[in-house]
Every structure is written in structure tokens, then in C-alpha cells.
Design a binder for this molecule. Sequence first.
Ligand code: AHR
Length: 320
Amino acid sequence: MKFAKALASATILAACTFGSASAADLVVGFSQIGSESGWRAAETTLTKQQAEERGIDLKFADAQQKQENQIKALRSFIAQGVNAILLAPVVATGWDEVLQEAKDAEIPVILLDRTVDASDELYMTAVTSDLVHEGNVAGKWLADTVAGKPCNIVELQGTTGSSPAIDRKKGFEQALSGHDNLKITRSQTGDFTRTKGKEVMESFLKAEDGGKNICALYAHNDDMAVGAIQAIKEAGLKPGSDILVVSIDAVPDIFQAMAAGEANATVELTPNMAGPAFDALAAFQKDGTKPPKWIQTESKLYTQADDPMKIYEAKKGLGY
Ligand code: AHR
């Protein structure tokens, strides 16, 4: 009885939200963070492709890395009366109010690739990887690779206050616990960009005797790692051997670096978050089926042993 009632109310809610619209009539607002990395550029490309394939009218808003721009975009989507909203939240806090406004307007919000600390009553679902697990996989790879030898690690963190920066740090540190030979000696944000990754790595190298005291770099995304690899080379050291390099995203350029022996491992994050999101919307629209609160994407580890140039060729055209 409870399920039928729940289904009935969900179906009514779906009918209210979508009326008799078919996917082809859907108008969806997408508040994107910006284009700080190759991965984010690929997510934008794939989201637009997925919308086009389904005949969805996608209203795209680029927030230039600013939360206030995302909040403005969400309010504009609500005022336009869109059928649904996709949100890639730049940081984890400060969303309760605007998410409540979307809920009051009965416009479902789906989070893409990052999470918020607001109640999950305020959004339909989140399509993300297990961000803690990603950090854990990277840490475990490093622990296994150095096999007990002393290793000082420098860490390039993602955007401060963002869920991937918070969780990837937590997961990595969890993997290091019990390995007293592994120490994080420097940790600072590189804002998920190549430029900042290079800049901060230069300061790490300077502070650590030209890099002689650094055994490994852990970067929260590949773009920062690619920038750091440049800095390591300019310091006269060999990235990938003098300093091990482990990161996250699996963008094409990290596989080129792996093929050159300049990077060692990356944990893949699929840029196709919109596919599962639009599938969830379509099911909700069809019969009110509500998706689970979390739709998890896979996190696969790639190393130099995985024929990096073949993967590079396969990925390079995907809008990174
Ligand atoms: O939220 C996912 C992260 O955002 C990606 O790992 C990074 O490249 C992007 O900036």
C-alpha cells in the first residue's frame, strides 16, 4: 500500500513536473563550474552530446569557477520554469537555500561529479564516483609500489572546499595509515589547473632541496600532474622515476606522459555523468520512478603497464 501511494504521488509529481512532455520537449538547465581541466571540458562536451541525442533543450551556464554565478544560474533556470536542473557544484557548502527554492518549484536537481553537504531531500540524485575510494586506490598503488621504502610525498589538492578535494585527500590518507614509511610533507591546492599545478610544484621543489627530498607526487587530478611534470623536468629531475607521479581523471595527456615514463598511475573518472542523469530523468518522467540518491560511476586504475598510447589514441577525440 505504502509503495503504491508513494508511486502514485511520485507519478503525480512527475506529471506536475513534466506534464505530458516527451524527452524531446524537455528543457534542462546545466550549471557547469567552468573549464579548469581537460576532464571538465570533456564532461561539458559529453553532456551537450547526450542532450542533443535525446532531443533535450539544454540551457548551459558556465560559472567561471564562482559559486555565486552558479546560484544565479539556478535561480534563472527556476524563473524560466525548466523541467530539471543539472548542477556540478564547485564547492560542497552553501546550497541549501537555492536547492530549497528548486524543490519548492518542483524542479528536480541532479548533482554531477561532485557532492554537497545539504540534505539529500533537496536533490533528486547525485551521479558521482566514490571520491574517497579514488584517493584510496591512488594511495594503495603508491604503498604497494614503494614497498616499505621511506617516501616523502607532496600533494596537489583540488579546489578548496570542493568534495573531490576533501574526499580524495581523506581516501589517500586512509591508504597511507599503517605505512609509517610514507609521509605527506607538503600539501597545497593547485585548483585543479595545469598552470597552478606547475606553480605550486615549483614551490615544493624549491622548498625540498630542489626536489631531492621528494619521492612522490599525489595530484587530485591529471591536469595539475601534467603541470607539475613540467616543473619537475625544469628542475632537472625525471618525473616518473626520480619522483613518482600518481593522479586522478585519466585524461589523454596523462597517458602520453605515462608512455614517456613521466607519469606512473591514474584513477579514471568517466566524463559521462550526464548519460545516467538523463536516464534517471527519463524514468522519472515516464512513470515517476525515483532514482537512488546516489548513482555511482566506476573508478579504474591505469598504470604504465596498460599500453598508455593505445588508451591515449582512444580518448584523445572525446573533447578533453
Ligand atoms: O569533480 C571532478 C573533478 O573536477 C575532476 O577530477 C577535475 O579534473 C575537475 O576539476
